[in-house]
Write a protein that binds this ligand. Structure first.
Ligand code: FE2
Length: 270
């Protein structure tokens, strides 16, 4: 990464590093995700997601995923659908699975975090995103700091395309430069439940969304305050991606963040 890249990141709130991850690493992540899916026994999780009256169990399954490898289905998925209805796996793949651990903690990612100014990078959250052909749903406009909040905000995403990502299969969309605006909402714990609180009613700036079409292996750095989204997958191609979220250990991690790991301390790249 050059100083020019850093200037672009400060200006835009995102940075595209084309073909950053070698094809071998993309293959390894996809193969490992397929193995995890093959070994997944949907029993209880399926019940949780199929039934409408399971909000409590769903909340708990989600909350516990911060220190686990849990499987999440598409909102609209019916119980008859197969593994194609999986939306994602999360959120501690990088700590609990050796393949994800190795690839997440490679030196080039550590150097990237350092170049971005991280003093004490901590790997907080990982997600394997499926965005399955014809099934993968849209992800609405949001800022990642809504979900993973530190004071000051430090959350940063390394989003890695494991398939070519384009407009048809639901690539990332971003509001370039809008990370200079305020954090709008916080999603956080309130007792056992989770709530969304409005912090700032400023609307998203009226700029044309930018479609970040990237080839497989590309890494997109997303500033935690950058509004971004992705459309549904309208194509017959999958759009797998791996997203890793970092925070800086020098910032204060709020105790009411949804993701709490009392028995699994956060680690950096070592
Ligand atoms: Fe996001």
């Amino acid at each position: 990464m050059t100083s020019l890249d850093l200037a672009a990141y400060d200006r835009d709130g995102f940075l595209v590093l084309e073909r950053f991850l070698p094809a071998g690493d993309c293959d390894a992540l996809q193969r490992r995700a397929a193995e995890l899916v093959a070994g997944f026994r949907p029993g209880s999780a399926r019940t949780i997601f199929a039934a409408r009256d399971q909000a409590h169990a769903r909340d708990r399954y989600f909350q516990e995923s911060g220190a686990a490898i849990h499987f999440f289905f598409e909102e609209a998925a019916s119980s008859e659908q197969n593994e194609l209805a999986l939306n994602k796996i999360g959120h501690a793949l990088h700590d609990l699975d050796p393949v994800f651990d190795r690839i997440s903690r490679q030196l080039r990612l550590a150097r990237l975090a350092q170049a971005l100014g991280f003093v004490q990078p901590l790997l907080l959250q990982s997600m394997y995103l499926f965005k399955q052909p014809r099934i993968g749903a849209e992800v609405g406009w949001h800022q990642d700091a809504t979900y993973l909040y530190t004071r000051p905000p430090t959350v940063t995403a390394f989003w890695i395309a494991l398939d070519d990502a384009d407009r048809d299969n639901g690539c990332l969309l971003a509001l370039s430069g809008a990370h200079h605006g305020p954090l709008r909402r916080r999603f956080h714990r309130a007792g056992d439940a989770m709530v969304t609180s409005e912090l700032d009613a400023t609307p998203w700036p009226a700029v044309e969304p930018l479609a970040l079409e990237v080839p497989r292996g590309s890494l997109v750095v997303l500033h935690g305050l950058l509004p971004h989204a992705s459309a549904a997958n309208h194509s017959n191609r999958s759009r797998h991606a791996y997203a890793l979220h970092l925070i800086d250990g020098q910032a204060v991690y709020d105790p009411d963040n949804w993701l709490q790991r009392p028995h699994l301390p956060l680690r950096g790249f070592d």
